[in-house]
Design a protein around this ligand. Structure first.
Ligand code: GLN
Ligand code: ZN
Length: 761
C-alpha cells in the first residue's frame, strides 16, 4: 500500500512565509530573501514527508498567496485591467503581477483593484476568484509547477505535482462575458493543461494530482459531460501519466458513476466527511483503478480513531485487495496547524486527543503499519480514544441533562412580532429611522496594549478594569454627543468575537501556535471546543451594565451567536456538530437572561457566519438552516416581549435563505448592504420580511467617509423596498478596524442622513 498526502500547510510553522511576504511588500526585504524563505519552507515540507515515509509527496501545494491564483497565472487567466501593468514589467510571470492581482495595485500611476475573494468550498480559506474574459488568450504563462517539481527533484525527491483540475478551476471562477460558456472555456484551457502535464511528465513526474472537489457538489448533466470530455482528452494526450483524481469535503453521491468512469489511474475520496461512500465506490470500482482512502481528517485537530479507520481500510482491502490502495489524509493539510509538539500550554489530558499536520502524517504511516500487523499502535490509540469517551472534563452530566430537556417553547418568543414591536416601541421610544452601530469601535494601539498588558501580567486587573471603563465612558458620551439612538459599549475588552467568549466558557481550550491560513498572509487561530460547553458565570454583564449606567439611552448587550462560535472553532468530533451548537446556544441563553435581568433592554446576538456553514449539497441545506435557526432561537427566546433582540450578519447573500432568516424572528437584523447598493435588501422586499431591518449604509472596510447625501440616497432606496417604520440606520459592520476621526465624521453624517429621512417622512 502506498501513502499519499494531498497537500501540506505552507505558511511555515512560525508563519515564516507570512512575515517574509509582508516584509517584502513593505520593502524591508528583497525578492531574493523572500524566494529563499519559500525554498527553505518547501524543502522542509518535502523532507519531512519523505523522512516520514510518505510515497506520494505533494509539490506545487506551496503558494505565495493562494493556489487558485497560482492556477490563474499558470494558465494566463489574467484580467484585462492588469494588462497595462503587465506590459511595464520585465518578466511577464513575475511576482509583482501576482501580488498585484491578489492585493490590488496603487503605485506608479496605476490604480487597479484586486481580484475578488471567496471561500474555498465550506472551509474558512479564501481564494481569489478567477475572472474569465472573452478576450483572454490562454497560454502556459507561469511554469511554477514545473519549476517546483524540478526543485524537489534536485533534492532527490520525486514529488506528485498538485493542480486544481480543469472543471473545478472553471467552476470556481466567474465568467465575465456572456459570449463565453463553460464549453468554450474548457476548450481553450485544455490545451494548456495538456501542455503543462506534458512538461511535468517530461520532467519526470509519474503522478499528478488533479483536485476536483466540485465532484462532491451538485452538478448539471452538461457539466458531467465536460468532465468526461476533459479527462478523456488528457488521457488521450498522456496515456502513461498517472492522474490522481482527488475529491474532498464530501461524498461523490450522484457523481460516483461519473468519477469511476473517468480514465484516471487513481481516485481519492474523503472518508472522514463521507465514510458511507466507500461501499458504493467499491461496489463498482474499475479493475485497473487505484483508490486513495482519505481516512485521516485534514480539517480538524483530533487524533485519528484507528479502529474506525482500520475498519474502512479492511473493507476496501477485502473488496479490491491491498495493492491498489493508497492511505491518505482526507484532504490537504492546509486546513490544520503545523505541529502539536510546539504546544506547551495545553492541558496534557486534552493534548493527548489531538493531532496537527505533522502528527497526521505520522498517523497515515501508523495505519499502514497497523494493517501490516503492528498491534501496539492500535492498542495505544484505543486507550486514548477510550479515555476521551469517559473523561469528566468532556462529559458534564448537567449539560447533557439540560440538552435532554430543551422544549419547543424554549425556542419561541412569548408573542408574535407585531405584539412585541408595539411593546418595544412604548418601552424604547425610538424615533423613526433609529440609528445604531454594530458593536465594536476603533481598536487603538492603546486598547490593544491594555489587553496585552493584562495577559502578560504587566498590569493589575483593577488598572485594566479602570482603563476599559474609561474607554467605555468616553464611547458612551461620544455617542450621545453624536446623537445616536441605540448605543454600544464598544467591545474594547474583546480581542476577537469568538475567542472572547471561548475563553470564558467551559469546554474550550486555546493553542499557542495553532494558526491556519485564512487568506494570503492572514492566519487565524481557532479555539478548540473539546467538551461539553457550559457558562460558569456571566461574561459580558459587568461591562454592559456599566455602560448602561452612564446613559438614559438604551445600550445594546453584545453577544456572539452559537453558529458563529461553532463555525470559527475547531469543533469536537465525538458528537454531531449541531449538538455542540445547541450547548453553545444554552450558554448564550444564560447570558441573554442575565443581561436582561441587569436592565439591558436591547440585546444583539451576532451570526455573521451562519451562511458560511451551508452544506455543499443543496439537499442538506434546509436541515442545516432549520437547526441553526433553532439554535439561535434557543439562545434568545428567554427574554420578555419588550426586550428587543437584534442579530447581525455580514458577507451574506439572502436570496436563497430569506425564509430561514425570517424564521430567526429577530426583532431587528442589521446586514451589510452598502457595497451592493442595497441590492441585498431585495430579497427582504420580495419576501415581505416582516421584522425590522438595518441595511448598512456605509462600507466600514475603508477609511472613506461617505457623504450625507450618499447615505440618504441609500436610505431612500431602502424605503422603497421596506416599510419605513421598519428601517434602522447603521454601518455595514463593526468599526474595530477603523480610526476614530473617520468614524466620527462618518457617524455624524449618518445621523444627519437619518434626521433628514425623519424630516421627510
Ligand atoms: N459585533 C461585532 C463587531 O461589531 C460584529 C462583527 C462581525 O459581524 N464580524 O465587531
Ligand atoms: Zn459584520
Amino acid at each position: 500500500m502506498l501513502t499519499n498526502i494531498p497537500g501540506y500547510p505552507r505558511i511555515g510553522s512560525q508563519r515564516e512565509l507570512k512575515k517574509a511576504c509582508e516584509n517584502y511588500w513593505t520593502g524591508k526585504i528583497s525578492l531574493e530573501r523572500l524566494e529563499l524563505t519559500a525554498r527553505q519552507l518547501r524543502k522542509q515540507h518535502w523532507s519531512l514527508l519523505q523522512d516520514a515515509g510518505i510515497n506520494l509527496i505533494p509539490s506545487n501545494d506551496f503558494s505565495y498567496y493562494d493556489q487558485v491564483l497560482d492556477m490563474c497565472l499558470t494558465m494566463g487567466v489574467i484580467p484585462a485591467r492588469f494588462k497595462a501593468l503587465q506590459q511595464t514589467l520585465a518578466n511577464p510571470a513575475c511576482l509583482e503581477l501576482y501580488f498585484a492581482m491578489a492585493r490590488g495595485y496603487q503605485k506608479n500611476n496605476f490604480d487597479i483593484t484586486a481580484m475578488e475573494m471567496t471561500k474555498w468550498f465550506d472551509t474558512n480559506y479564501h481564494y481569489l476568484v478567477p475572472e474569465f474574459e472573452a478576450e483572454q488568450q490562454y497560454t502556459l504563462h507561469s511554469r511554477k509547477c514545473v519549476e517546483e517539481f524540478k526543485e524537489a527533484l534536485s533534492l532527490g525527491i520525486v514529488t506528485k505535482p498538485v493542480l486544481i483540475g480543469p472543471l473545478t478551476f472553471i467552476l470556481s471562477g466567474k465568467i465575465k462575458d456572456s459570449s463565453i460558456g463553460y464549453n468554450t472555456l474548457l476548450e481553450r484551457l485544455l490545451p494548456v493543461y495538456i501542455q503543462l502535464l506534458t512538461e511535468l511528465h517530461n520532467a519526470g513526474a509519474e503522478w499528478v494530482q488533479l483536485d476536483e472537489p466540485c465532484l462532491v457538489t451538485d452538478l448539471e448533466p452538461a457539466t458531467r459531460e465536460l468532465y468526461r470530455r476533459a479527462y478523456a482528452s488528457i488521457k488521450r494526450a498522456l496515456p502513461t501519466l498517472n492522474i490522481l483524481l482527488t475529491t474532498y469535503f464530501g461524498g461523490l453521491e450522484d457523481n460516483t458513476d461519473l468519477a469511476l468512469q473517468l480514465p484516471v489511474q487513481a481516485l481519492h475520496i474523503d472518508l472522514v466527511r463521507a465514510p458511507e461512500q466507500l461501499e458504493t465506490v467499491l461496489s463498482n470500482f474499475p479493475e485497473a483503478m487505484q483508490l486513495s482512502l482519505g481516512v485521516v481528517d485534514g480539517r480538524n485537530i483530533w487524533k485519528n480513531d484507528y479502529v474506525s479507520s482500520v475498519a474502512l481500510i479492511t473493507q476496501a482491502i477485502n473488496s479490491i485487495g491491498s495493492e491498489r490502495i493508497l492511505l491518505a489524509t482526507s484532504c490537504s493539510l492546509l486546513h490544520t496547524p503545523y505541529n502539536l509538539d510546539n504546544e506547551t500550554a495545553l492541558p496534557q489530558e486534552i493534548k493527548q486527543w489531538m493531532a496537527f499536520a505533522e502528527q497526521k502524517v505520522a498517523e497515515v504511516i501508523a495505519l499502514k503499519d497497523i494493517i501490516a500487523g503492528d498491534k501496539n499502535l492500535l492498542e495505544e490509540n484505543q486507550q486514548v480514544m477510550n479515555s476521551r469517551k469517559t473523561a469528566a472534563s468532556i462529559h458534564i452530566p448537567a449539560v447533557k441533562a439540560r440538552m435532554q430537556n430543551i422544549a419547543d417553547t424554549d425556542m419561541q418568543r412569548h408573542s408574535t412580532f407585531p405584539v412585541r414591536q408595539s411593546l418595544q416601541q412604548s418601552a424604547l421610544k425610538l424615533p423613526l429611522f433609529p440609528t445604531t452601530t454594530i458593536g465594536s469601535f476603533p481598536q487603538t494601539d492603546e486598547i490593544r496594549q491594555l489587553r496585552a498588558n493584562l495577559k502578560k501580567g504587566n498590569i493589575s486587573l483593577e488598572t485594566y478594569d479602570t482603563d476599559i471603563r474609561t474607554a467605555i465612558t468616553q464611547a458612551i458620551h461620544w455617542q450621545e454627543h453624536l446623537g445616536l439612538d441605540v448605543l454600544v459599549h464598544g467591545e474594547f475588552e474583546r480581542n476577537d468575537m469568538v475567542e472572547y467568549f471561548g475563553e470564558q466558557l467551559q469546554g474550550f481550550v486555546f493553542t499557542q501556535h495553532g494558526w491556519v491560513q485564512s487568506y494570503g498572509t492572514r492566519c487565524v487561530k481557532p479555539p478548540v471546543i473539546f467538551g461539553d460547553v457550559q457558562r460558569p458565570k456571566p461574561m459580558t454583564v459587568g461591562w454592559s451594565s456599566y455602560a448602561q449606567s452612564l446613559t438614559n439611552k438604551p445600550v445594546k448587550g453584545m453577544l456572539t451567536g452559537p453558529i458563529t462560535i461553532l463555525q470559527w472553532s475547531f469543533v469536537r468530533n465525538d458528537q454531531p456538530r449541531m449538538q455542540t451548537a445547541f450547548q453553545l446556544a444554552l450558554a448564550i441563553r444564560d447570558e441573554v437572561k442575565d443581561l436582561e435581568d441587569a436592565g439591558i433592554t436591547v440585546i444583539q446576538v451576532d451570526e455573521p457566519a451562519l451562511r458560511e456553514g451551508l452544506p455543499l449539497r443543496k439537499a442538506r441545506r434546509p436541515a442545516y438552516l432549520q437547526q441553526s435557526v433553532a439554535a439561535f432561537r434557543l439562545a434568545v427566546s428567554t427574554v420578555a416581549d419588550a426586550t428587543q433582540i437584534h442579530t447581525h450578519m455580514c458577507y451574506a447573500e439572502f436570496n436563497d435563505i430569506i425564509e430561514h432568516i425570517a424564521a430567526m424572528d429577530a426583532d431587528v437584523i442589521t446586514i451589510e448592504t452598502s457595497r451592493s447598493q442595497m441590492e441585498l435588501l431585495e430579497a427582504f422586499a420580495h419576501f415581505h420580511y416582516p421584522n425590522e431591518t438595518g441595511p448598512g449604509v456605509y462600507d466600514i472596510h475603508s477609511p472613506r467617509v461617505p457623504a450625507v447625501a450618499e447615505m440618504e440616497a441609500l436610505l431612500h432606496k431602502a424605503a422603497k423596498l421596506l416599510p419605513p417604520r421598519n428601517i434602522w440606520v447603521n454601518p455595514d459592520c463593526g468599526l474595530k478596524t477603523r480610526k476614530w476621526p473617520e468614524t466620527e465624521m462618518a457617524l455624524r453624517n449618518m445621523v444627519t442622513a437619518a434626521k433628514n429621512m425623519r424630516a421627510q417622512a
